[in-house]
Write a protein that binds this ligand. Structure first.
Ligand code: FE
Ligand code: CA
Length: 523
């Protein structure tokens, strides 16, 4: 298929009811005992001829050793069909689920047709998984239109994942998870309004992180979103620990070597629970997740890792705390060109990825708010910049924006999360000069559940930040993006009540970006 097929979305819609039903009640559940597919299925990182399909066998969701109740290698059969009823099977195969990867399975399926939906299912231990729907990327030469969604910050304790359910119902072609997919910290004891609890203590080792992911993966809305479309995942801090930077814990009393062991466990558990390719397999204490994906000629997605390669936290406070904070603007670390947020290798890779992009649109899918933000410390009112994001590493932002300009990269748009609020901003060539050229457009999505920053306090600093076109921190939700050659339409979607498992959805705000003209227009 070289052009967008107008029938495609209708086909997908037609089978969606059946697919969602089978997700919610796996039809082959064998007598209800030891059903191994308790964590659902997922697909990811599509290419024109295939995608990754994922599952993890866990007849017991959480166990003290985090082994899912299995301790030997288990054979898993998989099949791909061209129809939702799994009648027309086009590929089959077998994989081994190993204890060393928590009985997760990552099959890199190839040899499929470009730009069309497929359905997949696993079979093991006498049971069948739910049927998932995936979709190959369009042919490299194809100009298509597509719907994307992006989400971040789903804290189990803080509420229900209705945002995931409503995004699934939009039948996106591809979903981006931009970080804080899990939260490592247990805070429901201090937040009596929180309706759910983590079942295990703060994870410190592989067993702990496996159990944390396993609990999240049991959520029916999360399972429905993963089963309805392929996804592309990157991480932020809470997949390991709040506000960590590379090998440095936020806690100054934790030595680097012990923090690196914790980080390696967290990274491995991330690999085990996400539909990632083997190129992301952990190597020692590191794991490569920055990568790019081409979606025909429509878009190149530059997916960043904003955490693993950072210079040490900037402007460390007198008491030694490495937590994010509002630092005075004259703190020299903020503007030190020898410091990097992405790491030098990733910066070089990103420069090439911009230079060689075939995409009409260039989406930088990453974890954080990119725009500079003059803000005030919530307690002292002292003005400054937040250290834990791009404002803590201003020269990285300057280099990335200069790279986009140098290569005349077409239609750059940043997507992000982390800040639990919606933002639409213009990214200017000179951050200090709102009259300088707009290099790129930015959309940041609110959290799926995590509590937002105080609205009035942030609203009061918008006058200091004329490049901010929209801000709201009061609601939870997701972002939906309809993209074609000429136009990007972005919808900020909000759920009615994060404490209601049956919350409804509505549109808070719409923006349009026209190709050839950076900067969003309310639409
Ligand atoms: Fe978060
Ligand atoms: Ca975060």
């Amino acid at each position: 298929m070289t052009d967008f097929n107008p029938d495609r979305r209708r086909i997908i819609t037609g089978v969606a009811g059946a697919t969602l039903l089978s997700i919610l009640s796996p039809f082959a559940r064998s007598a209800g005992v030891d059903y191994p597919f308790t964590l659902g299925v997922a697909s990811g990182d599509p290419l024109p001829d295939g995608f990754v399909i994922w599952t993890r066998l866990a007849p017991k969701v959480m166990t003290p050793s985090g082994d899912g109740g299995l301790n030997k290698p288990v054979e898993v059969r998989w099949k791909i069909a061209s129809d939702a009823a799994m009648v027309h099977v086009v590929r089959t195969g077998q994989a081994t689920a190993h204890p060393r990867l928590a009985h997760s399975v990552h099959v890199e399926v190839s040899g499929l047709q470009p730009g069309r939906p497929y359905w997949y299912q696993f079979e093991s231990l006498g049971a069948q998984s739910a049927v998932g729907q995936a979709c190959t990327a369009p042919l490299a030469s194809a100009m298509v239109s597509a719907r994307f969604g992006f989400v971040s910050c789903s804290h189990w304790e803080a509420g229900y994942f209705s945002a995931y359910r409503h995004l699934a119902a939009e039948r996106p072609d591809l979903v981006f998870f931009l970080g804080d997919y899990i939260y490592e910290m247990n805070v429901s004891a201090e937040n009596p309004r929180f309706p759910r609890h983590h079942a295990t203590p703060d994870p410190m080792d592989l067993a702990g992180y496996r159990n944390r992911y396993a609990q999240y993966k049991t959520d029916p809305d999360l399972q429905a979103l993963h089963a309805c479309a392929p996804s592309v995942a990157t991480w932020d801090d809470h997949e390991v620990q709040n506000d960590y930077a590379a090998q440095w814990s936020q806690d100054p009393n934790v030595p680097v070597d012990s923090f690196l062991r914790r980080r390696a466990a967290a990274y491995q558990a991330f690999y085990e629970h996400m539909p990632l390719r083997a190129s992301s397999l952990p190597k020692g204490q590191e794991m490569r997740i920055y990568r790019n994906l081409d979606y025909g000629r429509l878009a190149r997605f530059h997916v960043l890792d904003g955490r693993q390669y950072r210079s040490e936290q900037p402007c460390i406070q007198a008491n030694g705390s490495r937590r994010g904070h509002v630092a005075p603007s004259d703190c020299p670390d903020l503007r030190d060109p020898k410091r990097t947020m992405l790491g030098w290798e990733q910066e070089t890779w990103l420069d090439r990825s911009f230079a060689e992009s075939p995409g009409q649109w260039n989406v930088i899918a990453q974890d954080l708010l990119v725009a500079p933000l003059e803000q005030r410390d919530l307690k002292t009112q002292a003005q400054g910049h937040w250290t834990d994001g791009w404002d803590g590493y201003m020269t990285t932002r300057e280099r990335v924006l200069a790279s986009l300009q140098r290569h005349q990269t077409r239609n750059p748009v940043f997507w992000g999360g982390d800040i639990h609020s919606f933002w639409t901003t213009d990214l200017h060539a000179d951050a200090g000069n709102p009259d300088s050229a707009i290099v790129a457009t930015e959309f940041v999505g609110t959290s799926v559940t995590s509590s937002g920053p105080p609205f009035e306090a942030f609203n009061s600093i918008l006058g200091l930040n004329p490049h901010v076109k929209f801000f709201d921190s009061r609601q939870r939700g997701y972002v939906a993006v309809d993209l074609n050659e000429q136009q990007m339409q972005t919808r900020f979607q909000v759920v009615s009540d994060v404490l209601d498992p049956a919350a409804s959805v509505s549109t808070l705000k719409r923006f349009v970006v026209e190709a050839g003209k950076a900067g969003a227009v309310a639409g």
